[in-house]
Design a protein around this ligand. Structure first.
Ligand SMILES: Nc1ncnc2c1ncn2[C@@H]1O[C@H](COP(=O)(O)OP(=O)(O)OP(=O)(O)O)[C@@H](O)[C@H]1O
Ligand SMILES: [Mg+2]
Length: 160
């Protein structure tokens, strides 16, 4: 029988922040696997390192953050060795992050449609008209009523 291979492997991950008050060991030896089709929930008190673990996998840490040890493998590739240009293609296509606090994740000066379309246009070979249709479909999929109208609204016009 074929043994199913993990899609994501995190092994002994250590992510440290270099701050004025010293080193913050935000993640200090985390190991887990995620298999295709599997959903993994990570639970823990505020500040225990859930977001920093996710940001490390996405390679989105700010300049104070450093992956000090461990290994991350995604679809057989060593994530920590992937060049940034390739990482940009992987993010949004193969790996994505839904950030906490949706009200700060969207830019208040652009319509939600513009922001969803921007992501589609960056990652898929479609024209603006098709991207708009896809954005409307996406809003429909997540149960936003009147998506054709809502798409031209600004983030503050939608509820949290
Ligand atoms: N940019 C940063 N600079 C310094 N320390 C940071 C930074 N980002 C996170 N930390 C620290 O890393 C630790 C883990 O934070 P993290 O945001 O991962 O927690 P969390 O589990 O996601 O919490 P919550 O449930 O509140 O979202 C905390 O001690 C936090 O203060
Ligand atoms: Mg968090």
């Amino acid at each position: 029988m074929d043994e199913k291979k993990a899609l994501l492997q995190v092994e002994d991950l250590k992510t440290y922040f270099h701050t004025e008050d010293g080193i913050v060991k935000a993640v200090d030896g985390v190991t887990f696997d995620v298999f295709p089709g599997e959903t993994l929930g990570i639970v823990g008190e505020s500040g225990c390192g859930k977001s920093v673990t996710s940001l490390s996998i996405m390679r989105l840490l700010d300049e104070k953050g450093e992956i000090a040890g461990g290994k991350i493998t995604f679809d057989g590739e060593d994530v920590l060795a992937i060049p940034e240009s390739k990482m940009m293609k992987i993010r949004g296509n193969d790996m994505a992050m839904i950030f906490q606090e949706p009200m700060t994740a969207l830019n208040p000066v652009f319509t939600i449609g513009f922001q969803i379309m921007e992501a589609i246009l960056l990652h898929q070979d479609v024209d603006e008209k098709k991207a708009r249709e896809m954005a409307i479909d996406m809003l429909k999929k997540v149960g936003i009523p009147e998506p054709e109208k809502r798409i031209d609204e600004y983030p503050h016009e939608l509820s949290g």
